[in-house]
Design a protein around this ligand. Structure first.
Ligand SMILES: Cc1cc2nc3c(=O)[nH]c(=O)nc-3n(C[C@H](O)[C@H](O)[C@H](O)COP(=O)(O)OP(=O)(O)OC[C@H]3O[C@@H](n4cnc5c(N)ncnc54)[C@H](O)[C@@H]3O)c2cc1C
Length: 494
């Protein structure tokens, strides 16, 4: 009774809040409340300055940065391989104001990038996180070059008003990061899933982690703090169904570790979650795709997108995440990308749009006329002919029925589809990541629902939400993992 009186006077304190959040998570995961967080053990199995959870881009960036400042860093990876979704990704990284852009006379700046980010994100992006990206992006580009990352190509991609997608080879980047981390003395333990965060109930700080290692439960202390870099939750059907039911029809093509462990652990300690409803599938993948090889964003070079009935249903220049939404509600949740030989030629030097790889895999239907192409893919020929005719007429008149004025969101002029042979590729939306998640502040500190930092807890990469808002600009997910990962590696020592 006395305690009730006191609580009413003081409101919920932090520990109560944590307990209340814990109950919420427990109800969802069917765990008992005592299971959702661990307490400081009598003796740590090992103690270090910083524990980093997850060995993808964000984890390596954080670990290298912290170790570079003299901290003892332990990285924990649940799988027997490193690289997470990062190693599988398309390799597009968004930076603005680089030497590569200058060489090609591309005028870009933080301000233009910011404008584009808010446009793509429909102004729902968290300004604090966008600013953290802008403040640290160019330095991270230069840092990557310094540690040995090679940038292969500069292209324009979804959501960009100028070319700013800096192309890398992801396995090469992971190798460079791994080598750099080793050289700086970072200790990596594979096959060590982190299962709980350890709370010091006396101080209210996250003080370490509980892990499962070779069948044993162990506790590792982190004197300075824990950085969660455990990626997204694309492979957690319960979380997807809970936050983004429309994605239940989409397949996921991501790292095997993307099961939302870190998100649940942070949630148990009161972490706020943002952008959860904006999780999208990326359009342009074959429905049975097993890798980025079965993908082409040929529509950004001038192709059109039609449903199984042979009709267009969307302005092809919008973000491929929004194209994913539009395609998933068509018949059988698929659509066809259609293009001609000139468009294929224009795409041949662009890693994300080129179609020669798809042709080699036997995934492209080809014909000398639109009617023949339609017949090959089981579409009514007259309907597809009419669709292409109307599209070409719209280019002449400047009045496309779906409002297409550009190739990507603000770049390039649409072209007619009139140069045989014509091609078609069955495509759908595939989940490549969950870009909503834990909210962090500009210093990568995890914040609770009241905007207060959770002491000792940091997060970076796909586990976080807020950067993208309603939709994502190509290159900013891998980008934020590296950029904000480095921020986390510095902040954890502050
Ligand atoms: C096919 C594909 C193409 C993509 N293309 C692009 C692109 O071109 N540009 C772009 O910007 N983004 C792209 N993305 C998204 C981008 O790659 C990711 O968002 C980003 O690389 C995530 O980095 P991360 O370090 O946060 O997570 P990850 O790289 O997924 O790393 C997380 C690591 O944490 C580990 N882990 C998980 N749970 C635990 C636990 N409990 N304990 C210990 N370890 C744990 C995982 O096993 C994993 O190794 C793509 C993604 C995919 C899948």
């Amino acid at each position: 009774m006395e305690k009730d009186e006191k609580d009413r006077k003081e409101g919920l304190n932090r520990r109560d809040f944590i307990k209340a959040s814990a109950l919420g998570v427990a109800a969802f995961t069917a765990l008992s409340p005592k299971d959702v967080m661990a307490k400081v053990p009598k003796k740590w199995d090992a103690e270090t300055d910083v524990v980093v959870v997850g060995a993808g881009a964000a984890g390596f960036a954080a670990a290298i940065e912290a170790a570079g400042k003299g901290a003892k860093v332990l990285m924990l990876e649940k799988l027997d391989v490193i690289g997470g979704s990062t190693i599988l990704c398309g390799g597009a990284l968004t930076f603005a104001g680089t030497d590569m852009q200058a060489e090609k006379n591309v005028q870009d700046s933080d301000d233009l990038l910011k404008k584009d980010l808010f446009k793509v994100g429909e102004n729902r992006n968290d300004p604090v996180q966008v600013q953290a990206y802008l403040d640290n992006q160019l330095d991270t580009y230069q840092w990557l070059k310094k540690i040995g990352v090679t940038f292969k190509q500069l292209t324009i991609a979804s959501g960009m008003s100028v070319p700013r997608s800096h192309q890398v080879v992801p396995p090469d980047v992971i190798k460079v990061l791994d080598d750099t981390a080793r050289a700086k003395g970072v200790k990596l333990m594979k096959e060590t899933p982190v299962t709980r965060l350890v709370l010091d109930e006396k101080t209210g700080r996250i003080r370490g982690v509980q892990v499962e290692q070779r069948g044993k439960t162990r506790f590792f202390g982190a004197r300075k703090g824990v950085v969660l870099a455990s990626g997204g939750f694309s492979l957690n059907p319960e979380l997807l169904a809970r936050f983004v039911p429309p994605m239940s029809k989409a397949r996921a093509l991501v790292g095997a570790g993307c099961t939302g462990d870190g998100l649940k652990m942070a949630w148990a300690h009161g972490a706020d979650l943002v952008d959860m409803p904006y999780i999208k599938a990326t359009f342009g993948y074959h429905p049975q795709s097993k890798s980025t090889k079965e993908r082409a964003h040929i529509y950004y070079k001038g192709g059109i997108i039609v449903n199984k009935e042979g009709k267009r249903f969307v302005n092809e220049s919008i973000s491929y995440k929004l194209l994913g939404d539009a395609a998933l509600v068509q018949t059988d949740a698929v659509a066809y990308s259609i293009w001609d030989t000139k468009i294929a030629e224009a795409a041949k030097d662009d890693a994300l749009s080129r179609v020669d790889g798809l042709e080699k895999l036997g995934l492209v239907f080809k014909a000398d006329t639109i009617a023949e192409l339609a017949a090959k893919i089981g579409m009514p020929p007259q309907v597809l002919e009419e669709t292409v005719k109307t599209y070409n007429a719209g280019i002449d008149s400047g009045a496309d029925p779906f409002g297409r004025k550009t190739l990507t969101s603000a770049f390039g002029k649409p072209v007619k589809i009139e140069n045989p042979p014509y091609s078609a590729f069955l495509s759908t939306g595939v989940i490549l990541g969950t870009y909503g998640g834990i909210r962090v502040d500009g210093k990568a500190r995890v914040v609770n629902i009241f905007g207060e930092p959770v002491p000792g807890l940091f997060a970076a990469g796909e586990i976080t939400g807020g950067m993208h808002g309603a939709a994502y600009m190509t290159g900013t997910a891998f980008g934020k993992a590296l950029i904000i990962g480095r921020v986390a590696g510095r902040s954890v020592l502050a």
